[in-house]
Each structure stands twice: as C-alpha cells, then as structure tokens.
Write a protein that binds this ligand. Structure first.
Ligand SMILES: [Zn+2]
Length: 630
C-alpha cells in the first residue's frame, strides 16, 4: 500500500471533517454548515461510503486530502505530512528537566496560567492557589511523554514515563475537561482498524508495552491508563470486537488487576438472552428428560464475548517479552488462554487439592465461574475437568452447581412465552438491533437505490447508473485505470494538457495521487513550459513517484502512439473521467435534493434542481458527442 492509500484506509473522512464541522446524520450521509462559504442552512455533505464530501452551495468537494488542504490552507506535501503523522506515529516527546520550559513557551504564545493549569500542563506554585499571581510550574519534567489521543486522534492528555528509578514511574495528566482517565484507552486511535481486522483486542498495562507491541506488528494492542479496566473501556471496545485478550502483568498485583478487568468485561459485554427449554429432571442423569408444559423456558444470559488471558513468563512485561523472545509473544497472542482455564490455574495455586478442605474450597471458587458459561457443551467439559482435578463425583458437583446458580439468581429467570419454541431468540443487545434496522431503513431511502427518480430528464442510462449508487467498486477501479492512463500520456507528452484542460479539472479525478499529479503537470504546462524542464523528482512529492512509475509504464506497455493517437486517447480519457464525475455528481445532487425536500429547504431545492439540469445537459452533450464519434 502506498502512503496515500494507507492514510485513506486509516483516516475516516467523516471523523476528520467532524473535527471542524458539526455533522448531523442525514440518512446515509452527514451534513453540516459549509466551512468554505457562509450559510445558515447546511448544504455541506459528507458521504461515508465513498469517503468524499461536497458542498452544494459553493460546489467544493473531494476526499480527505482535498478537505484538509483547503480547510487548513496547506499544499499537497504539507497535507500529506499532516495526515501521515496522524496515521503512523505515536509522536513521543520529551519534557525537559526544567521547572518552566513549557509554561514559559505557552505563556509566550498567549495562553494564560489558568488555561495551563486547567489543561493539566502546569501546576500552581505554593501560595498561589487558583493561579492568582503565585505563578505556575510545569506538570511534566524530565519525562518521556506519550501523547494520549481520543479515538479521533485528538490529543487530550499526556502520559509521562520517568527515566531511571524516579517516582512515580508513570505520571498521567490530571483529570481535565477533555481527559477522563478511566474512559480512555491509549493507542485505540491507532489500533482500531487492526482490532476489527484481527477480530481481537490485546489490552496491556503500560504505554511502552503498547508502543513496542505496535512496533512489533501487534497493532490490535491498546493500554489502559491507570491500573484498572473500567466499564467505559469495555463499552468502546465492544463496538469493535468480541474477543478481548488481557495481557496484564503476571505478577500478583497484575493478577488481581487482571481479575478486576475480567469482572468488568463480564459485566459490561452485552449479554444475549437465550431461551433454554426447562427440563424437570436432572439433565446429567439424562435418561428421563421431560419438558415443562409448552412455552416454559428459562432465559439464560450469555456474555457475548470471548475473554482470554495472555500467558507470559512470570515477572516479564509484554515489552520485555517482545524484545527478548518475539516468537513467544506471537504464540501467546495467537493462543491466548480461555478465561476459565486461566481461573482454574490462578484460583487453585494456593490450595492443596489432596486435602478435603482444599477440594471444597476449589469447588467453592470455581463453580460460580463455571456457572457463567452458558454453552452447555463447554460447561460440561469444565465440570469434568473440575471433577477430575479434585476427584469428586461429577454428579455431586452438578447438584452443587445448581445450588450456586440459584444463589446467584442473576443469570436466570422463568418466563412464559406463548409463541412456539424456536422463535424465541430474545436479544437484549444494547442498541445493536436498532442500529442495524436504522441502517437498513436508510439504505432503502437512499435515492440512488430505488428512491424517487429525478423529476428532470435523462432517465434510462442515468437511473441505471444511479442504482449502482456510491459504491461503484468495479467502476471505480476502471476509472482509476483511466486516470493512470491519462497521467501517463501527459507525462510522455505534456503538451496534451491543452487538449484536456478544457474538459476536466483537478476535481474530476477520483484518485488522490492522480489528482495531485494532474494538478502539478497541468500547472507546470500552464506556466508555459511545453516540457518538464525540472527533474520529475523535484516537481513531484516522493509519495507520488510510484504513481508516476505506474502511469508511465501503462503507456510504455501499450502500442506506441503517434501525436494524433495520443491526442485522441487523451481526449477520450478526459471525457470519460468527466462523465464519471458527472454521474457521481448526479447521485450526490439527487441525494441532497431529497434531503432538501424533506427538510423543506425550498431555496436549496431550487438551486439543486438547476444544477441537476445542468449536469444532465452536460451528460447528454458528452453522450451525443461520443455517439457521433462512434
Ligand atoms: Zn460551501
């Protein structure tokens, strides 16, 4: 993947724009007030599906690069740098061994002492409570600094690790308006995609552990800030994965922290309520199963998550394991120990299982845990394991388990259902179900997918194309090939610019790299150089050189063309790109039109209709011209 592709895969245009524009959901898109022109009602749309944005008021639009470029007034190189930094680094820093380096710098930039204290960057000096004249001093001194970012990549606090044996080992920003310690997971902004992809999150205890794990390639790693995993942490993670692997310090304190984390995870993960037909006899006896009258079932909760524990050598932190024995780390990540097995080990290490007292205690500690397993096959397997471990008859244990479960009272209820069994999958997932149905509804509302057809002409082919809507994967890759081809032609013969610049503009390119290359080549041509007089490496950012090579080779590998042939193909490519852009524009405008109707924004509606007419007119012109050309 090129750096541009990596950035686009990592940075969500909705989130990036959401940093500066208050966006509200509007069906499949989001809208807000345009940051590029003055308006009172929103005509600025962001399309998550295509990762594009467009303002129907001032006609600006593009991808995440064009947004940052325009909004921050950066050129392409700067934009690339800005976005790349977000994506690939932890931005570690150093707080000097001084009392006021940062305070001095920030006060010089116009911040007030009060702001520094409130932002958690400085403390009041003794005798100056509330920052009333006593002065301030730096909060972090002589520490390695880990910026802590929220899920959108915004820095909201810092963690500072001491050098040597200085105490405390870790110092975090104090609680501020932005920084709520117990809800933030370090590196979650960078781990998010990997968590989804690997279907696993690895939770470690320290920043260094997280950074080293990422560096090693275990990018689904996050660290909890402070020592405990809280419900708020789990709330964020469960949106991404159901497989939680705890890689916490294996020493004693670590184990209690692990256990705390597990309890939180168990409490917080959604529970699916599963109907279980009630048998009157003891299921273990098996022979005389008889069900209660029809409809009598027990609703049993299952924790909708798989919680595992990473087993590392005693006394070693993840970063040590990774640095000293990476293969062991990889194995541990790929083969985490299921929670219950972990409990079997840690809950019995201090017991003598040969003594009756030890056996009873082991059963007392482990049965409630086994009781939490709702998968009956698994549960029975652990019952057998326990039975073998303490040499107590399985059936006796089962009776004991039933008693424990009755005492817990939390996991089962008796309910009467009139519907036949089999249709009673009751889900109690928080919000999950409604979210899905809302999306489904949005899909049918989407004008490109069977919504109201345009009132204005150009039916047929246009509608056909609208129907395939914004996710034109195949078509998109075709388009990108045409873009490569055109760039290739322009690289071979810069003079072709004069034949295409009347047809297309930068904004007609779907590729970020090809768009920027066209911009460079065309402005170079416009400046009056009929051939590239500067070496390409100086003209083009290095991130685009692979595209240059690809485009160049696309032409080289084809049949050699004479001047007329090149001109003909360049015009064809440009026309094709223009047409694709118009079709896309048509879809976007129809989307906005429908939204304007719904919200009763008459002015915008009229404006959009005029633009749609113009789009359809241009499409017809292109189509008839291409038709005439054969
Ligand atoms: Zn605008």
């Amino acid at each position: 993947m090129s750096i541009i592709e990596t950035i686009k895969a990592k940075i969500d245009v909705v989130e990036e724009i959401g940093l500066v524009v208050a966006l509200q959901k509007s069906g499949k898109a989001l809208k807000g007030l345009c940051p590029f022109h003055n308006e009172r009602t929103p005509s600025f749309y962001v399309f998550a599906e295509t990762q594009t944005w467009r303002c129907f008021g001032c006609n600006e639009g593009g991808d995440v690069f064009s947004f940052v470029q325009k909004q921050q007034g950066l050129d392409f190189r700067e934009t690339l740098h800005y976005l790349a930094e977000k994506v690939v680094t932890f931005s570690l820093g150093y707080a000097p061994d001084q009392w006021d380096t940062l305070a001095h710098y920030l006060l010089g930039r116009g911040y007030t002492e009060r702001e520094l204290v409130q932002g958690g960057l400085a403390r009041d000096r003794e005798g100056g409570p509330g920052g009333t004249g006593g002065g301030v001093y730096d909060y972090f001194r002589h520490r390695l600094i880990f910026p802590i970012r929220d899920t959108r990549g915004r820095v909201i606090g810092f963690g500072g690790r001491a050098f040597g044996d200085n105490q405390p080992k870790y110092l975090n920003s104090p609680q501020t308006l932005l920084f709520e310690k117990n809800s933030i997971l370090y590196a979650l902004d960078m781990a998010r995609d990997a968590i989804k992809h690997e279907k696993q999150v690895v939770i470690v205890e320290g920043y260094v552990d997280a950074v080293i794990a990422h560096q090693h390639g275990t990018k689904q790693t996050v660290a909890c800030i402070g020592s405990a995993i809280t419900e708020k942490h789990i709330q964020q993670l469960k949106k991404l994965t159901r497989q939680v692997t705890l890689a916490l310090d294996p020493d004693a304190a670590g184990e209690s922290a692990t256990e705390h984390g597990i309890q939180e995870a168990l409490k917080t993960f959604d529970r699916i309520v599963v109907p279980i037909p009630l048998a009157t006899s003891n299921p273990v006896a098996g022979s005389r199963k008889r069900y209660e009258p029809r409809g009598m079932i027990r609703l049993e909760e299952q924790v909708d998550a798989e919680i595992n524990v990473l087993q590392l050598p005693a006394g070693e932190d993840p970063d040590e394991v990774i640095r000293e024995n990476a293969a062991l780390w990889d194995y541990a990540v790929a083969h985490p120990v299921p929670l219950v097995d972990y409990y079997f080990r840690v809950k019995t290490t201090d017991l003598n299982l040969k003594e009756p007292a030890g056996k009873t205690e082991a059963a007392r500690r482990l049965l409630p845990i086994i009781g939490m397993i709702s998968d009956r096959v698994k549960r029975d397997a652990y019952m057998r394991k326990l039975s073998a471990m303490i040499s107590i008859d399985e059936r006796t244990l089962f009776d004991e388990l039933q008693r424990v479960l009755r005492e817990q009272k939390t996991t089962s209820v008796i309910a009467q259902f009139s519907a036949p069994l089999g249709q009673q999958h009751v889900s109690r997932k928080n919000g999950g179900g409604s979210h899905t149905s809302a999306q489904g509804q949005a899909a049918t509302e989407f004008p490109g997918e069977g919504g109201e057809p345009p009132d204005v002409g150009a039916r047929g082919a246009l509608e056909e194309e609208s129907r395939t809507a914004l996710g034109l994967d195949k078509r998109k890759s075709d388009t990108l090939q045409w873009e490569d081809y055109l760039i290739g032609l322009l690289l071979h013969n810069p003079g072709l610019s004069q034949h295409v610049c009347g047809i297309i503009t930068d904004g007609d390119f779907a590729g970020t790299d090809t768009r920027e290359l066209y911009h460079i080549l065309n402005s170079d041509f416009q400046r009056g150089s009929s051939s590239l007089h500067e070496p390409l490496e100086q003209l083009v950012p290095s991130a685009l050189l692979t595209t240059v090579k690809r485009a160049w080779e696309r032409i080289e590998s084809g049949t050699p063309l004479d001047g007329t042939g090149q001109e003909k193909y360049a015009v064809q490519c440009a026309t094709r790109l223009k047409r694709t852009r118009l079709v896309q524009s048509n879809i976007e405008h129809q989307y906005a039109l429908r939204d304007a109707k719904d919200t009763g924004d008459v002015a915008l509606e009229q404006q959009l209709r005029r633009k749609l007419l113009a789009i359809h007119q241009q499409l017809r012109t292109i189509d008839s011209a291409t038709h005439l050309q054969g």
